[in-house]
Design a protein around this ligand. Sequence first.
Ligand code: MV4
Length: 501
Amino acid sequence: MSLFKRILIANRGEIAVRIMRAAAEMNIETVAIYSDADRLALHTRLADYAYRVGPPPAVESYLNIDRILEVARQSGAEAIHPGYGFLAENADFAERVAAAGFVFIGPGPRAIRDMGLKTRARQIMKKAGVPVTPGTESAVQSKTAANKVADEIGYPVLIKAASGGGGKGMRLVEKPEDLPKAMDAAAREAASAFGDPQIYIEKYLESPRHIEVQILADHFGNTIYLNERECSIQRRHQKVIEEAPSPIITATLRKKLGEAAVAAAQACGYRNAGTIEFLFDKNLNFYFMEMNTRLQVEHPVTEMTTGIDLVKEQIRIAAGEKLKIKQEDVKISGHAMECRIYAEDPLNNFYPSVGQIRYLNPPAGPGIRIDSGVYELGEVNVYYDPMISKLVAWGNDRSEAINRMRRALREYHITGVRSNIPFCLLVMNHPAFVSGQFDTHFITDHFRSEDLARGPKELKKVAAIAAVLAAKCQVNPSAPSENGHYEISPWLTAGRQSSLR
Ligand code: MV4
């Protein structure tokens, strides 16, 4: 049994780089694809081979299936890793990759298709005995039928898009009078976002936590769970901070949850790496929400606490190897925390901030891992996701991981583009976050954009005063003093606890 000689990575940014690193350690050559906007990008530079696929818009480049398959043929790649986003959960792509004679490093098209249809996924999970939220297992066809179901399960209810995910086409309904209008709005939004107006109904859980389970399944019927990730800290359905393990999961609950995840994977004939997302209510009851049929952004926190390289496992499974890891080999070592670093301005409603990175000092040192897609003097462009890196901190326990993350966030200096680093620090210092007692409403409950913007306006005045003083005193913070010797500048020590002055 031999692994691949060369694989193509149908993605960009930090995840393309992450996949290349696994391949390089396995002595597998890598083929990058790049759009015109990414000619000088990190993933383009780090690959063994790089092929242009098209102009910047994703539909013409990273989503261009014909062109990607043509590059796969030209480059002599044997397998294709889709990463996340773009074509990762496109069943037609998985099918066409196989039909063209390449190995798709991911699940089969049937599992992708079944899990992509939320109603179908609910049917499969219910049948397999995996708990699902009360609601319908098929699309609601009429307002009469919807009224009946909503009355049975009780208000509030949530209308969701059958082909949805990620919160689009979702409507919360508090009382029966609001149901017809909400159904129309949800169907309209679903049709425009997913090309499918079908909707279904679920009982609404008021303040759930989002906890998901990583699984691995090989082609020989072996499926294992690699424990959970806590992903409740989200903003507009975008995860911001993830951690493993979840602060609320006990060993007994972990086993029950893990076994439910394995049952879910087996029920849809799953192969390769996948994630089952669950919602937890206040009483620690959990319900299947969705299955993500791909490698996820937050996979590093699982890697850092289990010691398992998920991308290498994906490649080995796709190459037809048997899983070497047994369930009893999966242990949890310490605690890992991930902050997604976005080129977004938290002072301006998290609006994307693009341009050249003029200066970059990423943190390092004990327990720190950075998966980054950028470099100093590189460009952050407008065409793709504004996430530029993932900062991961490992500690022996949650408290050490948080302290290490705080230290790393303070070390992380980026200029040229704004980032959410200061916001991540606010979360790391928030008592509700530190206590571990939070739910999916954490960011809306504790932060308002007016408040985020206010403090720094006052700081701007201080900065202006400092600039005037510096000019008046003709101070150059890095020049030697009159006697010609360099001294530790008061500009560097001002405001510090250290007494070095
Ligand atoms: C829910 C829910 C409450 N009850 N379903 C949000 C995205 C989509 N994947 C499903 N989502 C939710 N489904 C029921 N029955 C609350 C959410 C939800 C949410 C879930 C996870 C993380 C953040 C969230 C933010 C708002 C709503």
